[in-house]
Write a protein that binds this ligand. Structure first.
Ligand SMILES: NC(=O)C1=CN([C@@H]2O[C@H](COP(=O)(O)OP(=O)(O)OC[C@H]3O[C@@H](n4cnc5c(N)ncnc54)[C@H](OP(=O)(O)O)[C@@H]3O)[C@@H](O)[C@H]2O)[C@@H](O)CC1
Ligand SMILES: Cc1cc2nc3c(=O)[nH]c(=O)nc-3n(C[C@H](O)[C@H](O)[C@H](O)COP(=O)(O)O)c2cc1C
Ligand SMILES: Cc1ncc(COP(=O)(O)O)c(C=O)c1O
Ligand SMILES: [K+]
Length: 469
């Protein structure tokens, strides 16, 4: 049996028989119930969809569900997609009279998710939906599709006839098997559906080798090692705590076509804080609340006396009325430039909130030695040693020199002993003279509010103006 499992690259592909056997093993000796597997499968499908097609742009989803477990996966996916912020519709023409399925239908009805009969579906699906989930047939499909699925499959095939220049056609996401394809041979006649995304479940079936669309995902973060061993399955690692993983090549796309249409709440003069520091803190809190990774990462741009700018990322380590603080090596390239020209600019970009705080511009000073000393000793010991080892921005012959010195220092400063801060390591503080807050909006008509200091009646206040996007 194991020998017949096919590999392409490092991933295994299952035959139809093997797929059914894996199913039986999971639900027999391994103690899974069909409900559980279906829930995990449907969740994997929904998370895969969300990886590629965001609900802000692809909102209306039609899940076309078949009579078997593949259809059940579609019903579960529709429920999760609803909770992820999509607007799902379901077409489920051949309902299975089993409590599992009627329960799934009840759950969807309780969310007021509309069920559409085949007759209620428009001829042209491209106007009313952004995503079509093909959950008609999975690995038990055989022969030619019978009504009403033959016509439904035709609707998916015919989509491109309705493609109009000004309209983005809906994408097709197939669950486990592109419906109508032979489970092992794929799209034999070449006239079957051409999904944009395939979400294989447990392990891809042989037909997936013929999938040439841009997005192939695997959902199956529930396969116990016993199954993987029995079928000699080579399966990819799932990242983090994700339910799905991209397999196959990442899409080869034209970089010039990569773009986001930003959709954000309005950002108005009336709402902003009078003090830009308060506004910065507010946005920083939002970035924290949104769970963004390293919201304190900022690009620092400097120029030396030659006037040629350089940028690099540093971590913000403190912000108050005196300015923005980061720590670094005082003999680095940035330090040399700052000694020649103390003016610098900071830039934060908070992807996920469509926000950047651009142009925190001002002059830079070193922080006090005590401040550097205090921060240095708050760092993990490894980073303290790293700072000693790295003659930042100088040319070195290879990684080995760093590791060699690190090891020596590790021995020198055993366990609890104090690691002295090198003289050449410390902080800088930028005192802002200008701020700009930017929030992305549709059609590139973004909000930009700029703060600059102004003298009014001998008092320094921040003047706020709106800039054209
Ligand atoms: N561990 C796993 O493996 C997991 C598996 N999972 C999922 O289960 C899927 C397999 O499910 P499944 O076995 O219920 O079969 P599926 O493909 O949905 O269809 C069977 C139905 O279609 C019908 N039918 C067949 N041919 C037809 C035709 N030509 N024209 C019309 N009808 C036709 C057939 O009717 P019959 O031929 O028996 O009369 C029967 O009613 C799998 O792909 C994956 O999505 C996940 O949920 C969890 C993990
Ligand atoms: C997210 C991120 C944060 C960083 N934070 C710092 C930092 O706080 N201090 C630092 O010296 N380098 C930091 N680095 C490394 C710098 O980007 C840079 O490579 C290094 O400081 C040398 O820059 P220079 O040669 O222009 O002086 C960070 C890099 C990244 C990607
Ligand atoms: C070289 C260097 N120094 C300092 C830092 C800031 O790190 P920490 O949070 O340990 O101070 C970083 C972060 O990436 C870094 O790469
Ligand atoms: K399918």
């Amino acid at each position: 049996m194991a020998s017949s499992v096919q590999n392409q690259g490092s991933i295994s592909y299952l035959t139809q028989r093997e797929a059914a056997e894996v199913d039986e093993t999971l639900m027999g000796p391994l103690g899974f119930s069909v409900d559980q597997l279906m829930e995990l499968a449907g969740l994997s499908v929904a998370t895969s969809i969300n990886e590629v097609y965001k609900p802000s742009e692809y909102n209306r989803v039609l899940a076309i569900c078949g009579p078997g477990n593949n259809g059940g996966d579609g019903l579960v996916a529709a429920r999760h997609l609803y909770h992820f912020g999509y607007k799902p519709f379901v077409c489920y023409p051949k309902r299975t009279q089993k409590p599992l399925y009627s329960g799934l239908v009840t759950q969807l009805e309780s969310l007021s998710i509309p069920f559409l009969s085949v007759d209620e579906l428009p001829m042209d699906l491209s106007k009313d939906f952004d995503i079509l989930v093909d959950a008609m047939f999975g690995f038990s499909f055989h022969g030619a599709p019978r009504p009403p699925f033959d016509d439904l499959i035709k609707k998916l095939i015919n989509l491109h006839y309705y493609e109009q220049a000004q309209r983005k056609p809906p994408v097709i996401v197939s669950v486990d098997i592109p419906s109508g394809w032979h489970v092992e041979e794929g799209d034999v006649g070449g006239d079957g559906i051409k999904p944009d995304m395939l979400v294989s479940l447990t392990a891809p079936k042989l037909c997936a080798k013929k999938f040439s669309g841009p997005h192939h995902f695997l959902g199956g973060r529930f396969v116990p090692p016993a199954i993987a061993e029995k079928y000699k399955l080579q399966l990819p690692q799932y990242p983090g705590i994700s339910m799905c993983v991209r397999i196959g090549k990442p899409p080869q796309i034209d970089i010039s076509s990569l773009r986001e249409n930003y959709i954000s709440p309005e950002f108005l003069e009336e709402q902003v804080e009078a003090d830009p520091l308060d506004q910065f803190r507010k946005w920083f809190d939002d970035a924290m609340a949104a769970n963004l990774k390293e919201p304190n990462a900022m690009a620092l741009s400097t120029t030396g006396k030659d006037g040629k700018p350089s940028s690099r990322m540093v971590l913000l380590k403190g912000v108050d009325k005196d300015g923005f603080v980061w720590f670094t090596n005082y003999e680095s390239q940035k330090a040399r430039q700052l000694s020649e020209n103390p003016h610098a600019a900071l830039l934060f970009y908070w992807d996920g909130l469509n926000r950047q705080v651009v142009r925190v511009e001002g002059s830079v000073e070193k922080v006090s030695d005590e401040e550097s000393e205090q921060y240095f000793h708050s760092r993990p010991r490894g980073s303290q040693l790293g700072a000693i080892v790295s003659k930042q921005s100088t040319v070195i012959p290879g990684r080995h020199v760093l590791h060699q010195q690190y090891k020596e220092l590790e021995e020198k400063y055993s366990k609890e002993s104090l690691i002295p801060k090198p003289k050449y390591w410390g902080g800088y503080r930028l005192k802002p003279e200008r701020f700009e807050f930017w929030q992305g909006q549709p059609s590139r008509l973004h909000d930009r509010l700029e703060y600059s200091p102004q003298e009014t009646d001998g008092k320094r206040v921040w003047k706020i103006v709106r800039l054209a996007p």
